[in-house]
Design a protein around this ligand. Structure first.
Ligand code: AMP
Length: 291
């Protein structure tokens, strides 16, 4: 497995692989790798000749300096995990390599980034889009893999790729969960035992909302209130948002129809956790779907 730290090396390797006719799949991450990240690598492996992982804790997507400072950076064990997963190359650059002094260009998807996580984390998606587009222009991957766990991010990146005609195929993979349903996240390690037990309120509220929709409820306000109420009733949990929105526009739906995103963000002690479910809804039926 190659480990690269500079844009120059990465660019050169990408050119060589492309010249040899190999298809590259890129899995962008911030490290602290878990089974969710590795599942993306596994799916990438089946569709490309080379699987590359980037590990970069991107300062531009943090709106909170403390959050950035304490974000875990276990590089040695991340590299071991990548090696064990059969990853071909890891790009782990220092910040100065991605944002050299004088950098002043950012990429912004406007409307889709306004609400949900965009409202509580100003500038977050601008940072995500900028770093992901930079990775795309450096590597020129055929495929790029993202998780549904960050559904708004995936929807925004699809829009960016579409709007800017970036020649890459984005694939969005299902959320990998603990056995009790909690979505794997690098931030779960911030939780103490009590908070960890309470953290299942995210998936439990989403599943209860899904079941209610499957049973026939089509009023978006009722579902939104149901999600919010359940989270508010959980001791120690502070609701950031409970959203029932169109998966295309991310705007609230009054009447549920089409592709519906149920999404929640909750603060539990030092951690802010997010989760979501997607449903395909018509008058007659509703079932879980994917992005
Ligand atoms: P992060 O390192 O948190 O920026 O995540 C890197 C990629 O892994 C993003 O595309 C995430 O959506 C994805 N990811 C994070 N957690 C999970 C999970 N539990 N299941 C599937 N994908 C995930």
């Amino acid at each position: 497995m190659r480990v690269l730290e500079t844009v120059r090396e990465l660019h050169a390797l990408a050119d060589a692989e492309r010249a040899a006719g190999r298809r590259i799949a890129l899995v962008p991450t911030m490290g602290a790798l878990h089974a969710g990240h590795l599942a993306l690598c596994e799916l990438a492996r089946g569709r490309a000749d080379r699987v590359w992982v980037s590990i970069f804790v991107n300062p531009a997507q943090f709106d909170d300096a403390d959050d950035l400072a304490r974000y875990p950076r276990p590089l040695a064990s991340d590299l071991a995990r990548c090696r064990a997963a059969g990853v071909d190359a890891v790009f782990a650059p220092p910040v100065s390599e991605i944002y050299p002094p004088g950098s002043q260009t950012f990429v912004e998807v406007t409307e889709l980034a306004r609400d949900l996580c965009g409202a509580s984390r100003p500038g977050h998606f601008r940072g995500v889009c900028t770093v992901v587009l930079k990775l795309f222009t450096i590597v020129g991957p055929d495929l790029a893999y993202f998780g549904q766990k960050d559904a708004q991010q995936a929807i925004i990146l699809r829009k960016m790729v579409d709007d800017l005609n970036v020649p890459v195929e984005l694939r969005v993979c299902p959320t990998i969960r603990e056995s009790d349903g909690l979505a794997l996240s690098s931030r779960n390690q911030y939780l103490n035992a009590e908070e960890r037990r309470r953290a299942i309120v995210l998936i439990e509220s989403l599943r209860a909302a899904r079941d209610r929709i499957v049973a026939g409820e089509r009023d978006g306000t009722v579902i939104r209130e149901m999600l919010a109420e359940r989270i508010r009733k959980t001791p120690g949990a502070a609701l950031d948002y409970a959203a029932v929105v169109s998966a295309e526009t991310l705007q609230p739906l009054e009447r549920l129809e089409g592709k519906v995103l149920l999404a929640v963000a909750v603060r539990l002690g030092p951690a802010r956790l997010i989760d979501n479910l997607l449903l395909q809804v018509s008058d007659a039926s509703a079932e879980e779907t994917s992005l």
